[in-house]
Write a protein of this length. Structure first.
Length: 631
């Protein structure tokens, strides 16, 4: 056995043993979905605004936020972000003051204040969440970019050029509460509310850039509103009721809106705007749901996850363990499979609006999720259940229902979205909200399309002779970048997209000699680091071009290796150098293993999945052993 294969086997054994120790009794794995400090900040502001006492949690969140401050006084979304992040710094400064455990005169707070003022003050915040929280708590006026959008948007039928359900599902659940508050010019303050007026700049407040096309979008909405029949006041009241009902009908069993802490916090403020008492049961239950999302980090600090990734992590970790050699009869695999089968969704959600008549059968991202399946989580769960589908009728039914749902979600253009089919109305990208191009719509993406094709090819035997697959591969090949890469929406970024695309193409029968595969392979080797690994900066998603991190991360190295393993008939020196770099990285514990490689909203939200240092290395190393172990 070669030294490389020996090292791979040892690494696989170490990861496997570590994962088996961490599995819950019910079969799930629970790793942190770490997303910076913004949700920690918003929860402090919410609890103080509601005058709810939970001093231990507030103090713990305060300490975690303060720990993340940079030397220049700012907070960053990722290590190599240029010059700090204004919105994140405003969030942190506000929350620390509101907590009562920091004061303006503290040296760190002074540095934060100077940073905010040097960047133009509160009015220059670009994050829609920062803007909404500041406005909801009386620190700034509601921005024109938000207050210009009439609440009557919710009443426009699907036949109009723009309707509310043209927006992506994750955009809608944030937009509805924001529109309610902006419509009522709502704000709430308490005796403890800090006065941030010293951070305003009258010349810049509300001076947010309105992108070209924004006025055209608003004109379309207003034209539609004028065609609504009824007295304007009654129409407006109906729109308000519609917005309220929209939120209430999407509250999950844990009390949160759509299982996201961010929109749940906005929902609570919007319910206050509608006249709900601070102690209303819906509000108190929602707060408890958010608190339940807390996670204790290895340094002892507490953070609030925006949406715990338990189902995603469990599905991927189980599949990785199966790939590494654990059989379906292994107790850990059996428990995990039973857990996942129990989380398959059986009632229609918003996805069925654009995809009617299809039985439910997908999986969601987080444990409380019952109505928000997505394509990526569904194929992840189905990979686990592949072998079990022959175990009995209940397993076969779950498999067939999931497979049918995934195939039904294919877009008209041949690609796959994340949450909802054919929600790509490009008028909406002119919404004057930072990141609207990524948040407002849910179009076909290379990562979703590639991973779906990989599942269909490797687990159902479908290939390019099948129309569904052929349309998907055509979409991928047609959307490859000139340099040979693909952009990935939900990971960072071009390495992620290229990995998904290449593995999907090869799994469905596109030969390794195909020009698209060859270009993708060449691009990956061209960007390989000197140490043999791969690493990409979060900056890529704003610049929309590959931006090297300058260092190698475990997950991005594993993605690149997995794509190359799928595409190369035999290993070469560069590939083996990458494998050795990955194995070495698994023994290291530094910032490179904690760098966020998950993407939420470009320029605003990035994720460090604590599970990723296990999932992707285990898969890549196992695939290497399977393919090259007997050469």
């Amino acid at each position: 056995m070669s030294q490389t294969l020996s090292s791979i086997e040892q690494a696989i054994d170490r990861i496997t043993a570590d994962l088996l120790r961490q599995q819950r009794q019910d079969g799930a794995w629970e790793f942190c979905f770490e997303n910076g400090t913004n949700i920690d900040c918003y929860l402090i502001i919410l609890l103080r605004s509601l005058e709810m006492e939970d001093e231990e949690l507030i103090r713990q969140l305060h300490d975690r936020i303060l720990q993340e401050q940079q030397a220049d006084g700012s907070w960053k979304l990722f290590r190599d972000e240029d010059g700090g992040n204004l919105s994140a710094t405003i969030d942190a400064y506000y929350a620390l003051l509101y907590s009562g455990y920091s004061s303006r005169s503290d040296e760190g707070m002074e540095r934060a204040r100077r940073f905010i003022q040097s960047r133009g003050g509160l009015g220059k915040a670009t994050s829609i969440l920062t803007q909404a929280i500041l406005s909801a708590t009386g620190q700034t006026r509601w921005p024109l970019a938000i207050s210009t959008i009439p609440l009557e948007l919710l009443l426009l039928p699907a036949s109009f050029p723009i309707s509310f359900f043209d927006f992506s599902c994750y955009s809608r659940v944030h937009l509805a509460p924001i529109l309610i508050m902006a419509d009522r010019r709502f704000s709430i303050q308490t005796e403890q509310t800090p006065d941030l007026s010293g951070l305003k700049n009258s010349r810049t407040e509300d001076d947010h850039h309105q992108p070209r096309g924004f006025k055209a979008m608003i004109d379309q909405i207003e034209t539609g509103v004028k065609r609504l029949i009824g007295v304007p006041r009654h129409i407006h009241e109906a729109a308000t009721r519609k917005a309220e009902t929209f939120m209430l009908q999407r509250i999950e069993p844990d009390g949160t809106l759509y299982t996201y802490a961010s929109c749940t916090i906005l929902m609570i403020f919007s319910l206050l705007a509608l006249g709900y008492d601070k102690n209303h049961p819906i509000i108190t239950r929602a707060v408890q749901g958010i608190k339940a999302m807390q996670f204790r980090l290895k340094n002892g600090r507490i953070t609030i996850q925006n949406s715990p990734s338990t189902i995603w992590d469990t599905a991927l970790l189980t599949y990785a363990l199966q790939t590494s050699g654990l059989s379906d009869s292994h107790p850990a695999i059996r428990r995990a499979a039973a857990y996942l089968r129990g989380k398959q969704q059986d009632k229609p959600g918003d996805w069925s609006i654009h995809n009617p008549g299809v039985p439910s059968g997908g999986w969601g991202f987080s444990e409380p999720n019952t109505i928000i399946p997505d394509v990526d989580d569904s194929t992840a769960a189905l990979r686990v259940l592949a072998g079990f589908s022959r175990s009995g009728p209940e397993w076969r039914e779950a498999w067939n229902r999931g497979l049918n749902w995934v195939i039904s979600m294919q877009n008209k253009d041949g690609g796959w979205p994340a949450f909802e089919k054919d929600t790509s109305n490009h008028l909406l990208i002119w919404l004057a909200i930072d990141g609207a191009k990524s948040a407002a719509i849910d179009p076909s993406e290379a990562d979703l399309t590639g991973r779906t094709l990989e599942y269909l090819g490797n687990f159902t035997g479908m290939d390019t002779r099948h129309t569904v697959v052929r349309r998907g591969t055509d979409w991928l090949i047609g959307n490859q970048g000139k340099d040979g890469s693909w952009y990935g929406r939900w990971g960072v970024c071009y390495i992620y997209g290229t990995w998904a695309a290449l593995t999907g193409l090869v799994a469905t029968g596109v030969p390794s000699s195909h020009h698209a595969v060859q270009k993708g392979v060449k691009w990956l080797f061209d960007i390989q680091n000197e140490d043999g690994g791969w690493g990409e900066s979060c900056k890529s998603d704003r610049l929309l071009q590959y931006t090297p991190l300058g260092e190698s991360t475990p997950s991005q190295t594993a993605w690149a290796l997995d794509a190359l393993i799928a595409s190369l008939p035999s290993p070469n020196a560069k590939l083996n150098r990458g494998v050795n770099r990955l194995i070495a990285a698994l023994q290291e514990d530094n910032w490179k293993s904690e760098y966020p490689t998950g993407a939420g909203l470009p320029g605003n939200f990035y994720i460090h999945y604590h599970s990723y240092r296990y999932i992707w290395p285990l898969l890549a190393l196992s695939h290497y052993k399977q393919k090259y172990g007997k050469l």
